[in-house]
Design a protein around this ligand. Structure first.
Ligand code: 3UK
Length: 523
């Protein structure tokens, strides 16, 4: 029996994690709990029912056996378009235990996005929830390569239910490839971001335990979904690290659905994104949800405006801890923390990570000067699949990662977000590329040219705004606006449609024909 253990040294900050030479992260996050007496403790709670740690471990083993029996071998990828449910855990951890690389995908994407990811990943298996069948099946039909194994979650569960509930973990190491997430860039296609086994415990200890003080008695509820690295930490790997309980919400996170889940399952830690906090605040003008179980609220995905922090504190008495994380870093690396909150900033560096602010000409900036934020820490992705150029631009060597964000560090070590170094936007905490929306708009027969910029709404949260040159100026009407909005909603992930439209005679351009988005932003 191989060791697979982690030794944690906690005398100093940051905590030091020491991994056994043979290390499969599934042992520590799943099997360990049985040895530590949690077999009957609830690991997962949702409207679909409760799952104990004992049931979780058995179902993870069944999933691992099922994958093995299909002939899927270590190192092969399994794409998952799966809603937040217990089966997500079984598939994800079952794959890891068998050495198969799970790749959770954003469930809001469209067929074209999935077709690309099927081809790019060269996956051996593709698993999807019934709810996403239309887009997934269209993607499978359109993709140039078809994965050998395609399953709906229910069919996979059926197969797994007949498999054995014991499984010997694949002998991985702390730094071998474990799972991927896809991350979108401003240009080009999404990048398969490759993470190692150790990245999961590093984020759980350095951020969840050492910064927010997560512990065994905590009940974690993440409005951000599991497919998102933020949600995966909050709603799955953090509770499994401390032996706590995860609450899963299947439907779309709205003020109503999230408040209902909080009142029913009484989480102690709540994880949201700024747009949802803003919507929840608006809804609290007429409802008074019982949030008394919550110790701390966390926000990430995009900057939390100071005004939302203050209004939330006033309405609920609770602090929101804003922190910046990324798919590449796996989770939060700069954060506000209990009793040390500076509203409107991202807070201080998380112990275990280092940050530097770098000028255009590559010099390290002193406090008070803005520049590109680079970070270093043991949870960062090693490379992007199939994208050596983008890997070189982001993974800078010596462990440093270029975040693509512009930041200022204040004299007292707080980090102030100043915007992206590229044209990317965050909408509801999820990436949105102006180029992708523009490309969709110009597909419409009435559109000659289109430019997208981010514009702050009444809550100070960014949404796409469209500037459009029509082929025939006489078409500029509310009808055309409605048509274009529908066209975007149909062809793009739903959060990406423009909220405002301006019809103009021409777009501001440079001498070389590049759209000057900054000029549009000034309007
Ligand atoms: C932006 C923020 C200001 C920033 C994420 C927590 O968002 C996550 O990952 P993504 O790869 O995006 C990363 C980019 O999003 N951002 C995130 N949080 C903040 N900007 N303030 C913030 N608090 O541009 C960053 O580079 O989608 C967040 C944990 C895990 C994650 N993957």
């Amino acid at each position: 029996m191989e060791d697979h253990s982690i030794r944690i040294e906690k005398q100093n900050a940051p905590s030091q994690l020491h991994f056994a030479p043979v290390f499969n992260v599934a042992i520590h996050f799943i099997d360990r709990h049985l040895k530590e007496g949690r077999a009957n403790k609830l690991a997962i709670r949702s409207d679909a029912g409760d799952v104990t740690y004992g049931q979780l471990a058995a179902n993870v083993n069944r999933a691992a056996n099922a994958l093995r029996s299909l002939g899927i071998v270590p190192g092969q990828r399994m794409l998952m378009v799966v809603k937040d449910c217990a089966e997500f855990f079984y598939l994800f951890w079952g794959a890891i235990k068998a050495g198969v690389v799970p790749v959770p995908l954003n469930t809001l994407l469209r067929a074209g996005d999935y077709a690309y990811m099927i081809e790019d990943s060269g996956c051996a298996a593709f698993v999807y929830s019934q709810e996403f069948a239309a887009e997934c099946e269209a993607a499978l039909a359109a993709a140039k390569s078809r994965p050998q194994h395609v399953f709906k979650v229910a069919a996979f569960s059926e197969l797994a239910s007949n498999a054995g509930d014991q499984f010997t973990a694949h002998p991985a190491t702390a730094t071998s490839e474990c799972f991927w997430n896809y991350s979108s860039g401003s240009t080009g296609r999404p990048k398969g971001t490759v993470h190692c086994h150790r990245d999961i415990p590093i984020t759980a200890q350095c951020y969840a335990v050492d910064v927010i003080g997560a512990k065994e008695s905590d009940v974690f509820f993440s409005a951000a979904k599991l497919f998102f690295a933020y949600g995966m930490g909050n709603g799955m790997t953090f509770p499994l690290w401390v032996g706590g309980t995860a609450v899963l919400l299947e439907p779309r996170p709205t003020p109503e659905s999230t408040f209902a889940a909080i009142e029913k399952f009484k989480p102690t830690l709540y994880f949201g994104v700024p747009t949802l906090y803003a919507a929840q605040l608006a809804s609290m003008e007429t409802t008074k949800p019982d949030l008394s179980s919550i110790r701390y609220c966390v926000s990430a995905g995009e900057a939390l405006p100071a005004d939302i922090f203050r209004r939330w504190k006033e309405a609920t008495g609770l602090d929101i801890l804003d922190g910046i994380g990324s798919t590449e870093a796996l989770h939060i690396f700069i954060s506000n923390r209990p009793n040390d909150i500076s509203p409107g900033t991202s807070g201080r560096i998380v112990p275990g990570y280092e940050a530097r602010i770098v000028s255009e000409d590559g010099k390290i900036q002193p406090p008070g000067e803005s520049g590109k934020l680079h970070i270093r820490g043991l949870s960062t992705a090693v490379y992007y699949w199939n994208q050596p150029e983008k890997t070189k631009d982001t993974m800078l060597g010596d462990g440093w990662l270029n975040t693509g964000d512009t930041y200022i560090m204040t004299q007292d070590g707080h980090f102030q977000y100043c915007g992206r170094s590229d044209d990317m936007m965050k909408v509801g905490g999820i990436w949105c590329s102006p180029f992708e929306i523009e490309a969709k708009l110009v597909e419409h027969p009435k559109v000659l040219e289109a430019a997208i910029v981010g514009r702050g709404d009444d809550d100070g949260l960014v949404k796409p705004e469209a500037w459009i040159v029509l082929k025939d100026q006489r078409d500029s009407s509310e009808n055309t606006e409605a048509e274009l909005r529908e066209h975007c909603k149909k062809g793009l992930a739903p959060y990406k449609y423009p909220r405002w439209f301006h019809f103009v005679e021409e777009l501001p351009k440079t001498a070389t024909g590049k759209i000057q988005r900054f000029k549009l932003r000034q309007h």
